[in-house]
Design a protein around this ligand. Sequence first.
Ligand code: EPZ
Length: 419
Amino acid sequence: MEGFRIRGGQPLQGRVRISGAKNAVLALAPATLLAPGVHRLRNVPRLTDVFTMVELLEGLGCSCHLEEGELHIDTSTVRSLRAPQELVSRMRASFYILGPLLARYGQAEVSLPGGCSFGPRPVDLHLQGLQRLGAQIELQDGYVRARASRLRGTTIELRFPSVGATGNILMAAVLAEGETLLRNAACEPEIVQLGEYLCAMGASIEGLGSPTLHIRGVEQLRPAAVEVIPDRIEAATFLIAAAATQGEVTITHARADHLQTVLEHLQQVGCRLTTTESTITVHMDTLPQPSTTVTAPYPGFPTDLQAQWTAFMLQAPGISRITDTIYPNRFKHIPELQRMGARIELIGNTAIVYGGYPLIGTRVVSSDLRASAALLIAGLIAQGETEVVGIHHIERGYEAIERKLQQLGASIERICVGP
Ligand code: EPZ
């Protein structure tokens, strides 16, 4: 197994380029199934999850080619409509193929995704939305079997603005007969880009970025090209790491408008920020102030930054509170941080951080993608050396992270930590 060895205490300094958004690619790639032909996605990061998505599409019969950040997907020869358990359990976003396969072929068989390290990951909102569009859904042997001779537009109200359910329903509704009104839809930038891409393919969608989407079904769609938006979670992870190490870092190819709430939090705890159309610079030369943070659907504070922010608040003398309202169990990073000397109390879905105490480097174990990022940040600020084991988790969502951190002056190296 591989790990990273980090020597703490180096302020991050310099410039780093943000990669394309993982969670945009994982929605855009399945959307190509809606139209036969060659689709071109640019600014695609080299990530394990992207490779898994390619494997999934090739398993359906598509041919894919990823070179120098450009992913070509040819969906002319789809010959299977089944996503196996092995792939879906490896990457939940595989479930995104349900809507497009149903819309284009009238049937699909997709394994239920199961849970992950931060709890159950239900898909009831996806299935209820597709049933409202006229799909017959059967659950058998851990698989969803969906059929629909013709999807018909209707009004759907989501109980929760689920990102995945919004994406699946949107990809089904664009080829349905008639109009669909989707209320309480997710507003995440990745969903907005998915909608824009579907429009580039010939779909008719109004209200993107708002909680109410109005879709007019069309007969067919055509292949299109798209430039993937910057990864706002990667961007914020670097901003938080820079602030935690009391450094000065400029991130490029970033979108400040996708990070308003996070930038406000950084300013509230004492960071100085300057932004341009495609860069964000953070400067921090003191310890942060403690803060109270509650995650929420976009444009609120992202759950995908909750662990990284917790690591940062370990530096803030006083008491900080971080509540995750999206995933109440997304706290596997806390026991590992406690092994470094962190003083954190977990009460329900709130982490109470008693900040201002030293962190001591030791060997810690990753449990999931964003928890790994939190452990990296802790290693960057700890005294001595920290070994983060299980870095396959982090490579799912952060492209070339050790190279980017080295570029900013971090002392980080890849190590082998046994079988
Ligand atoms: C997307 O997951 C992201 N993944 C997640 O990022 C992110 O944490 C999440 O949105 C929330 O922002 C991708 O985009 C590939 P949801 P998704 O459906 O779509 C409940 C990362 O680190 N829910 O918005 O699965 C669910 O249990 C990953 O990059 C239902 O109850 O998230 C959760 O509490 C991790 N029923 C809440 O909604 C459903 O049918 C949010 O889930 C679906 C969801």
